[in-house]
Design a protein around this ligand. Sequence first.
Ligand SMILES: [Zn+2]
Ligand SMILES: [Zn+2]
Length: 317
Amino acid sequence: MKSLYLKDEKLSYQADRPLPVRKEGEALVRVRLASICGTDLEMVRGYYPFDGVPGHEFVGEVVEADDKSWLGQRVAGEINLSCGRCEACRSGRPTHCERRTVLGILNKDGVFAEYVTLPIENLHRVPDSVPDEKAVFTELLAAALEIPQEVHIHPTDRVLLIGAGRFGQLIAQVLQLSGADLHVVARHEKQQALLRKRGIRIIDGDAVEANRWDVVVDATGSISGFGLARQAIRPRGTLVMKSTYKGDMQVNFSSLVVDEIHIVGSRCGPFAPALRLMEAGIVDPLGMIDAEYPLEEGLAAFEKAAERGVLKVLLRP
Ligand SMILES: [Zn+2]
Ligand SMILES: [Zn+2]
């Protein structure tokens, strides 16, 4: 099958990789459309050690499964493959499984290929009214929904989101649903235009009032983003860290103690509500698509995705 392949931080296109072998309880899924994420770019830059087929954002179609009712179904797939037996799994925290593998990220071949295998329990049927171009955003939207899953955002809260790139755009749409007084720090013209179109307010980083915001979400994964978030949060406010940070960061923890700041790390989220929100047209990711490439031109697609200000680049096997 056609596939992208990552080895020693070097990405290549391979025309004849073997099909992935389906294990018991798994489905073989034909990838219809996939999307390049910031994590994929970081793997190529060497921030995440991974050898194999990268890619974890996708929509596909089941072509083999023991339960025939899945055949031909269009699906989105959760990316954490859990063991079902460890303490985390048995306590209802499968995304924190101690023995997990992660699709296209950790010991499991991903979706920048014609076919991929996933456990049936990871699959979610995509409603007919949600086209592939939206369904491919399910994983990312689910991760954005992990914020209200973890933090109670009151409609009366002042909420600040820092970062309006690939992920920030969807986080902004999710935070807007709370009815809170939301402002977003967005650097690029295009990011700002997309937010304005949805009635979301933009604020300049320099205009952010210090110690005033009830909830601050940092989606930048940068030291400067965290610095602004720290400045903005009010005493006893909640600071949500929604992006991983490269390397180590120096933080003044004493001031966090004195101000009694709640810090919440946030990663993967629930798929079913993500699909519901797109089915109802309440969240719409289409404006984020900048380009689509055939899988054969995957290397060019990665270059495009790495350009400044580019939001989403799709890959079609
Ligand atoms: Zn991702
Ligand atoms: Zn487990």
